[in-house]
Write a protein that binds this ligand. Sequence first.
Ligand code: ATP
Ligand code: MG
Length: 286
Amino acid sequence: MLTNFTFAILFASVFLFLFALIMKGLNTLILQMENVSLMRDGSYILQNINWTVQHGEHWAIIGLNGSGKTTLLKIISGYMLPSKGSVTVLGKRFGNYDLRELRKSIGWVSISLHESLYGNESAEEIVLSGKFASIGLYETPTKHDIYRANEILELFGCSSLQKRNYSTLSQGEKQKIILARALMGSPKILILDEPCTGLDLFARESFLSLIQIISNSANSPTILYVSHHIEEILPLFKKTLLLKDGTIHSAGITKEILTNQNLSNFFRRSVEFSWTNERPSVHINI
Ligand SMILES: Nc1ncnc2c1ncn2[C@@H]1O[C@H](COP(=O)(O)OP(=O)(O)OP(=O)(O)O)[C@@H](O)[C@H]1O
Ligand SMILES: [Mg+2]
């Protein structure tokens, strides 16, 4: 016969076990989108998006121009609210949370966005501003902030750019500075929206190697990498999402998503797809 005391102990143990399971589930979930749609001017820009990103995953998001990639990223970082559906980022469900706070945990790298924002600021100032999630440096950084900013610049091979005006930097150098800025805030999610646009072959590989370094670091953020180019999917992106006309065409394990058949269906054209040294490439069959 169970005494009341034994029963209470058993009950408490089961409760604690279930509670720990639920908390573990919440901690491993970086992003959850359920039936998310976004309408503008009477038509859907995104429709019925169901997508989950777990802790430790890095995703490549591939889609043609106008497929809704940037809009998807804007929803994740709280700059746009969905017309329908629910979005939970880092355990916070939109609608019940201060989005400005959430954005401090998200590093956003979009060259087209940043290009118009900076002129005469030095590379170091721009990197430091990432600490305060501000465009421009309005707060006084600590000695430690300055040390850390220069540590990142050094890691990126950009120490010599420290005092240079942003407007005088090459495209490749600018891209590295914007990435360094995003890291200064120690983000939990790093969003890269077509970061290799305008880079030559070597500058692109140099930039991609930085992404690799970031992903190898102990406290690596979850990386969401948006591109038109399948060649940019590094081996670290074990998951891939193909976005087409505002809907998810397919999403899952990269090696299962990137196949001749699936890509031909995605592009509505016969394509030839191959892997070389764990890097994918695709050609249109003419
Ligand atoms: N605020 C808005 N009002 C109306 N239409 C919009 C708005 N924002 C985006 N769109 C439209 O939604 C579609 C998706 O835009 P989005 O910028 O998300 O595409 P994308 O996949 O990032 O494209 P690209 O590869 O060219 O950057 C486009 O047709 C765009 O014109
Ligand atoms: Mg875009």
